[in-house]
Design a protein around this ligand. Structure first.
Ligand SMILES: C[S@@+](CC[C@H](N)C(=O)[O-])C[C@H]1O[C@@H](n2cnc3c(N)ncnc32)[C@H](O)[C@@H]1O
Length: 233
């Protein structure tokens, strides 16, 4: 088993360890190191529950070969050392679904690679569907944990990296932002696509949403304040 550099302080994960996790995942990911690092930081700083409780799941839409999901799972293992990390839910239809804006093909090759990369994580759950179906069914979905049914009505963190079609991404934001826990972050990848349509819409809507938006290159980060609003316009 590989050893991570051992300079972590307390329960917080140091920048050096986060870089190590990114190093271990980056070849399996379509996302550049700089953006994976930011994702790792957001996962490490995500709100944690009071003792004895399990945090609501983390959600990734658009999984490809599983590199970014692996990063999330590794960082969570580090944050919750010895404790119980939350579930990481991933959503991706594979099946060579036509990709809006680019000729990329995501099919059984990526699906197989994802299953191999994430096999050892019992807290990983994959939904083989596009985000349209997932969001439509969201209120009917639940997980069983510790003998109890947990509705999928709250997420600790949401990472959007599926279709970059502006209407699809906006529907994801609109549906999932109200379910993000106070203090949680939504990371949206590639908001510079389609002439920055999603980014412009986000910047315009942010003041009314009770969120702070910042852009890190092609990535946009939406931070929900401790007292978030319940709906987005
Ligand atoms: C850029 S890749 C994701 C890369 C991955 N997050 C990483 O960093 O390694 C985009 C993925 O989104 C998936 N995808 C495309 N349209 C989707 C949709 N409507 N809902 C969910 N996933 C979708 C594709 O199948 C593909 O695997």
């Amino acid at each position: 088993m590989e050893e991570a550099p051992s300079d972590a302080t307390g329960s917080d994960v140091s920048e050096l360890r986060l870089r190590w996790h990114v190093y271990r995942c980056r070849r399996k990911s379509d996302t550049k190191t700089r953006f994976l690092r930011e994702l790792a930081r957001v996962v490490a700083r995500a709100p944690r529950p009071t003792q004895g409780k399990t945090a609501p799941p983390l959600l990734e839409i658009g999984t490809s070969a599983g590199g970014s999901a692996l990063l999330m799972l590794r960082v969570l293992d580090d944050v919750y050392r010895g404790g119980r990390p939350p579930f990481v839910l991933t959503v991706d239809p594979y099946g060579a679904r036509p990709y809006e804006g680019a000729p990329f093909v995501y099919d059984a090759r990526q699906y197989r690679a994802m299953k191999r990369a994430l096999a050892r994580y019992a807290n990983h759950v994959h939904y083989m569907m596009d985000s349209g179906l997932f969001l439509q069914e969201l209120e009917h979905l639940y997980l069983w944990a510790d003998g109890a049914r947990q509705p999928l009505d709250k997420f600790t963190l949401v990472y959007l990296d599926g279709s970059h079609d502006p209407d699809t991404v906006w529907r994801e934001i609109e549906t999932l932002l109200p379910r993000l826990v106070p203090g949680g972050t939504m990371v949206v990848d590639d908001t510079d696509w389609f002439e920055g349509a999603v980014r412009r819409r986000l910047d315009a809507a942010a003041p009314g949403l009770g969120v702070q938006v910042r852009h890190n290159g092609k990535q946009s980060l939406i931070a929900k304040s401790q007292i978030g609003l319940d709906s987005v316009a």
